[in-house]
Design a binder for this molecule. Sequence first.
Ligand SMILES: Nc1nc2c(ncn2[C@@H]2O[C@H](COP(=O)(O)OP(=O)(O)OP(=O)(O)O)[C@@H](O)[C@H]2O)c(=O)[nH]1
Ligand SMILES: [Mg+2]
Length: 293
Amino acid sequence: MSSLDHKAGFVSIIGKPNVGKSTLMNALIGQKLSITTAKAQTTRHRIFGILTGEDFQIVYSDTPGIIDPQYQLQKSMMNFVFESLQDADIIMLVVDPFDEPDDNQILDLFTRSTASKILVLNKIDLSHQEKIENRISNWSKKIEWQEIIPVSALNKFNLDKILETILKLTPVHPAYFPEGELSDKTERFFASETIREKIFLNYKKEVPYSTEVKIDEFKEEEDIIRIRAIIYVERDSQKGIIIGKGGASLKKVGTEARKDLEEFLEKKVFLETHVKVEKDWRKMDLKLKRFGY
Ligand SMILES: Nc1nc2c(ncn2[C@@H]2O[C@H](COP(=O)(O)OP(=O)(O)OP(=O)(O)O)[C@@H](O)[C@H]2O)c(=O)[nH]1
Ligand SMILES: [Mg+2]
């Protein structure tokens, strides 16, 4: 293979919350990298998922769902989306069959970009042919898409078509990352995300949104990885909810997270969790900075 044949590019996965962006990226790279839950605004960062082939490298960016930001954390989340749009070779807008292609801010962001544009209509397993065709026709009137692809990320249906389309649109370029590299994020980051996923799955209402997880210690030994995580909440009352009666809720979160981490890190894990209050961290610039936003 000559280096003139090698293709590489950045593909930004964007869309409203909960349409399945993270599920789609995980399916496209064949590994659970990004956390996924039924709650909106699960993803808070831009996360690279790198797919390296014999003669290509696709650097996917999973991004937070696009919303009208109400507080400081959400503003930072939207900045991750804007950044990913700026250096995209290809933008993949993910929508679901319930999404009406109205004149929303997403399309405004789009028309300003010179990147190739793919529309992915996800969750077609929840819809039917007529509605899907109707949606495709509506979306195709909005802007000029290089391709519109109906898929089910959950059932891994029609994902080959996405890769095929991306490869056609990817520029000739050497690889950006060494072979074997899966993401730009560290094992510590994925450890904190795994715990956050379990918090999103186990608690209701505002609690998951008020929670941030920091890894205080990540120590790899011969046959075990010792991880100490701090779970930050915004108020004392939330600390009580996270811990639960006799510590039962926190224990459940810890056990579920440890199991996933052992699979992800392919090693035995000892996970220790502590809960602390960091008052109103979501609204304060300095605290957000410390948390990596
Ligand atoms: N039925 C069905 N459900 C799906 C599909 N893809 C994703 N989901 C579900 O939709 C929910 C949201 O998925 P995520 O991948 O977390 O969505 P997201 O767009 O990353 O959400 P945010 O990070 O909050 O913006 C989860 O419960 C997924 O299991 C699909 O193709 N079919
Ligand atoms: Mg997500």
